[in-house]
Design a protein. Structure first.
Length: 169
């Protein structure tokens, strides 16, 4: 009985790091996964949106800016574009709590789909206006479709982490 209480403080500290660590792992995974028809989905938007809704105190916007900076560096885009996109999706999720909206998976899926479609199109407009030719509209739509198809799997994994570890400790 004493041993459980002895390690509870350690589990409490580790559970507060789960949002950052899981998001960082998914960010690294997005660089490892091969592109499909030259479209690379930015799957780190899924944990940013999820943790923005679920655990805003453990997942600060400084982490979101760091992930955006890393994504800008790895994509080779102008610095600040992905930071803007990531912060936009984070604050959409964060301020969703202020309104008495439905918290079901279906509503979350619809809100994420619509927000990412608008933000990825905005990213395309910004990048194409800078005459960067490595992006086209077909790749944007394909990467959005991949992102939407990946959402249920990553949402389920993050929800299990949240219920089993983060909320428990």
């Amino acid at each position: 009985m004493v041993k459980k209480n002895k390690y509870k403080w350690l589990l409490s500290i580790l559970s507060k790091q789960i949002p950052f660590v899981s998001s960082f792992i998914i960010l690294v995974l997005s660089f490892v996964l091969p592109p499909i028809y030259n479209a690379k989905a930015t799957i780190v938007l899924i944990p940013i949106f999820f943790w923005g809704i679920e655990k805003t105190k453990s997942f600060d916007f400084i982490f979101v800016m760091l992930f955006g900076f890393i994504q800008d560096f790895m994509d080779g885009t102008q610095f600040g574009i992905n930071i803007f996109i990531f912060l936009s999706i984070y604050f959409m999720a964060y301020y969703q709590k202020l309104f008495p909206l439905d918290s079901s998976f279906a509503f979350s899926y619809f809100a994420f789909s619509l927000a990412t479609l608008c933000l990825l199109f905005l990213k395309y407009v910004i990048i194409s206006s800078m005459f960067i030719t490595n992006i086209n509209l077909f790749n944007v739509i394909l990467s959005w479709a991949i992102l939407i198809l990946c959402y249920p799997l990553f949402y389920w994994i993050l929800q299990k982490l949240n219920m089993k570890i983060v909320k428990r400790y």
